[in-house]
Design a protein around this ligand. Sequence first.
Ligand code: G6P
Length: 357
Amino acid sequence: EQTGKSGYDHFMLKEIHEQPTSLRQCLSGRVDELAGHITVEELTDLETPRSVQFVACGTSYHAAMYAAALLRDGGIPATAYLASEYATANPPIPDDTLVVGITQSGETADTMSALRDANSRGAETLALTNVVGSSAARECDHVLYIRAGPEIGVAATKTFSSQLIGATLLVENLLEETADRELIGALRDLPSNVQAILDNSNAEAVVDDFLESNAFFFIGRGTHFPVALEGALKFKEITYEHAEGFAAGELKHGPLALVTEHTPVFAVVTGNGENAHKTISNIKEVEARDAPVVVVTDGQSDAARYADAVLEIPETHEQMAPLLANVQLQLVAYHMANRLGRSIDKPRNLAKSVTVE
Ligand code: G6P
């Protein structure tokens, strides 16, 4: 097993460090920088639908939230559903709807059941998955592989990053306009930007101050909201400490009652637009309650001024910032779990793939 870890203490850390490579694999042959094109060969026969519904569980659901936000931004109505809630939510499936299952394993029972339900109701289906020949890949009308390679750690890391890129590729394929040059440039720079974070992250030192804390909050707005949820999920999965992710603007509608000097708040703030300014206001609200604040930022706003610690990410296209911010939060979860001596690769009560509903 030690050989499989290539010298890393855990598969999770190895997989976090594999991200520059797994992202390159995901993008390979799909982005033509000279022509300014993003094309996914597997999807050439996929017509642009009138609306899209995503179904997914766990980490993959956070990728689904991100994907739906990108599509809506491009003018296509899109909603992300928790696969386990899809049947009871029972959303109408309008004509010309594509239902996309995001599932690393391609075997999650809840996701498969939602896809089968959608299929039986006449929707076209697509699997965004990592596993070639998985149930989702076989049963859906279309498949887009994220090509992340095998992931052994139960807590998903590199496959989440690749799902975000898979979502970007899918969305660019569905939107009929030509891809924006800046996005193509950001995709080209993505592996080296991730590498820069891996080489320079101070996450290990940051968590050292919080070993006695009893709850951890993660906040973000817009496409950083799923990153906040994912940051908290990763943290609770492997540290066994109480962690919650919130839309930054929702703090004041309840969770603020829990905020004290013992509850570190991790806030994701990039760019210097309205979203950043509103999140900075939310940071000030928790700071006023003496909570330690850690800001994950690209330095474009003055968010760092209100922080006790800063986790930096390189400046990039706003669509790529969530992925980079998430890499810092993966390292936060990993180092905290490691300091607490938790079972990182096989957390208690959890399975890599859940094949019961
Ligand atoms: C399990 C895993 C999670 C994963 C979820 C969905 O709960 O522990 O890490 O996100 O299943 O898995 P899938 O293979 O469908 O992405």
